[in-house]
Design a protein around this ligand. Sequence first.
Ligand code: NAI
Ligand code: MG
Length: 484
Amino acid sequence: MKPSAPDFQWEYAPAPEARDHAKIKPQYDLFINGKWQKPASKTYFDTISPSTEQKLSEVAEANEKDVNAAIAAAKKAYNTYWKKLTGADRAKYIFRIARVMQERARELAVIESLDGGKPIRESRDFDVPTAANHFFYYAGWADKLNYAFPNRRLQPLGVAAQIIPWNFPLLMAAWKIAPALATGNTVVLKPAESTPLTALKLAEIIEEADLPPGVVNIITGFGKTGAAMVNHPDVQKIAFTGSTDVGKHIQKAVAGTTKKITLELGGKAANIVFDDAPINQAVEGIVNGIFFNQGHVCCAGSRLFVQEGVAAEVIQKLKNRMNTLIVGDPLDKNTDIGAINSKEQLDRIKAYLKIGVEEGLELFQSTCTLPKKGFFCKPTLFIGAAQSSRVVQEEIFGPVLTIQTFRTIEEVIEKANNIPYGLSAGVWTDKGSKIFNLTTKMRAGVVWANTYNKFDPTSPFGGYKESGFGREGGLHGLYPYLKF
Ligand code: NAI
Ligand code: MG
């Protein structure tokens, strides 16, 4: 056996997840009014696997006519059927979706990893079970809305247009669809262009769950399709997760209308380690916060703040741990970091790596070797970053962590908040008083203490400032879908 050196990496034999049970059709149409319909546009586009650059399937590109058809189907289903159902009856359908998702969990996990590039460990242990849990959780609320909001006259809004990104394709679909259905709305959902497959699988599940036609419609396409959804006059509610730029665009597009919107946009979370923190645990939390899932997480702990006295130790331990991370095949059960979602995103990350170096920051990358094909990025540190660095101020959305040091709690709160975003934060300390001091002063929707990236359907999630507004999850997640 080789001696254990700080940067020693065990050799693991490949442990690929079987993929023969994951059925991907060569071509997908649009799921409108409970049927698979050919696109009026007559055009299809490819979705590839970012880890091999191979084509997985081709999906329909919905044009304005297709969007109109989907929204008309959702409107009809709302008026003729869905809004008249009792909460208990809506719940039965939502429970059914959750159960079929559980039954098909393996298939969903494999397709999520193939289409988006995230490690199977993540999609199998986090994305798919958490998505099913969201449906279970909101199914539970459907017949209890009068208890959630006592003495209020509640009404659904109507048709919800939901536009989601590529980092958690199935989970974001669940976050959007489950509360909308529980509150009596109908849905048109568009997944991101690089990761449409699990949303289309969800359409199959919705078919299997026998939802009335038109209650959920799933259409595929690019930004233009999303814009047509946003601008449609029969849409009463828009739920968007994605870039701050597109979020601002949507806000402008709905100004002066009565459409309700929730936006969940970018982030640049501070992960703060005090000198009394359990260091080994914190290092694991830092790694989990930024490197797992390739840093494609809006709440990723992408800015590390370490108190001066422990900075050297934390940085050394972090480097050692980074050298053990396995980057490669998303379908291998040992993989820690999978593929970057697309060539465009990899180019964006590479541009930021260049900017950081040009800004004079010390760069550290793990010693791993990257696969020859596919889009991959080594886990990266920028040490000694200044508050004004672009790599500190701007969202990179990749496995890149900036490191700053601090002396006092006041200083770190000031620096952590001095950013256009405010989605999440982390704090590592032995002292409860420091945790509470920080949680009350951080302008961030979620603050994790001595842990990171923990999610639960019962807990609301959402941002401050340019990270957006509105909450998803928990009781709070019902509000944006109801009229009072
Ligand atoms: P994006 O915001 O363009 O894409 C998100 C979704 O919006 C996709 O479904 C897309 O088709 C749709 N979309 C694009 N333009 C639209 C428009 N004008 N109207 C309506 N819908 C539209 O994000 P993109 O370009 O894939 O990523 C760019 C950056 O955004 C990333 O580098 C990252 O910094 C950030 N991002 C943040 C996410 C988050 O979870 N908050 C998720 C994805 C990206
Ligand atoms: Mg893809």
